[in-house]
Structures are given as structure tokens and as C-alpha cells.
Design a protein around this ligand. Sequence first.
Ligand SMILES: [Zn+2]
Length: 224
Amino acid sequence: MPLRNRSELATKFTYNPHNETWQTHKVRVVVDKKPFAQGGMRVCMKLYELEDSGDFVPCVAKVFKKETNSKEYFDEALTQMAAECFAQEFNKLKTKWKVSFLPVNVMMLNERNGQLCNVEPLLLGDYVKHNDNDGNVETSEQLPQAFTHFTWEASRHMLIVCDIQGLADCYTDPQIHSIDGQSFGRGNLGQHGILKFFKTHKCNRICQALKLPPTDRKIADRQV
Ligand SMILES: [Zn+2]
């Protein structure tokens, strides 16, 4: 069946950082029935958003596996947008290294009892996870680890952006651990998460090139 005939109504929530509100508008989408991937907490379905031009834009819709508060979806999107702000700060350093996070919004599928999902563009290729939210380093890539360290300095020791994963240097699904443990959704493990990162982080040549202060031993040696 042509995609157009399978389309359904959805409400798209897009965050406006200038007045800190979510703006809504109606869109038509087609959602694949079966997930094509899943993470620890969410499943991923392909979603196609119908544009005014008549084209369908391929996206990924992520839905929590467990019944969850609607706030979780908005927190996930805000976390990824906050991470992108740090990516833009990082890119302003004008080094040869650039990072970015995918743009993300929240959608409500009106014809499915208002099911919510997080939606971002679909990138084709192999997703790689570089570090997690519990201090584990999962690849030998230096940029993701240096970026997480950078966020600690750029935030004036208020938070780190971790759980760095994605396609090449374009990331998605980050977690943010903040000193006060507030905001940024369920994945915010607060100081515990920050300490876990610094326990395993070894400054690499990118950290050095960025002149990031070496990992504070007082942080790294603290008991967690
Ligand atoms: Zn470092």
C-alpha cells in the first residue's frame, strides 16, 4: 500500500528555546508496525513524516518499553537539545574535531490513544556506543571521551554529557549527570554518575589539545 494511504494524524511538539515553550502542530506520519532496533529502555520504529511537498522524511520513533510518565519524553528531548548546546560550544573552539547531536522532538500519535514518542532523523549506518552512563568506556575513539570531559569544564563543573553514541561524530540518546541530580530525566545519576566517569577517564591527546585540566584526582579517587 502506498505510504500516503497508511498515514495517520500526529501532533508534533517542537521546543522553542527563546520562550521555553513547546509549540505544537499537526502532521501526518506513517509508523512501521515492528521495531527495527532497541536499546535498554526504548524500542525504535521507523516513522515517515509527510512534508507539505508530499515527500516523506524518514525518521526514528523511540518509545519507552515500560509505561511511563509523559514528562519522560519531554525530558529526553530536552536532554538531547542541551547536549547539542554543548556540542555547539565545542565546535566554536575551531579545532579539527566537530560533534553534533541529532535534532529531536516529541510526537503524539493521536490515533493510538495519544501514544508519545521521541522522533529524530533516521541516519543509515552502524551505530556505535562510545561510553555509557556508568563510567564504562566502550571504544578506543578519543573524541567522545574528550567531549564528555569538555562538558564538565564548559558547564563549570555542573554536569557531564555522557552515554555518547551515534553514527561517526553525530550522536544521539545522551545522558546528562548533574551535580544536583535534577532535570534531564531518569538517566541523571547525579554526582554518582559524574564520579563514575572520572574514575575511568584517562585524558587523551584531544583532551590535551583542548587544554582540559587533567582529571582531578580528588574527584577520581572519591568513593562511589
Ligand atoms: Zn580528559
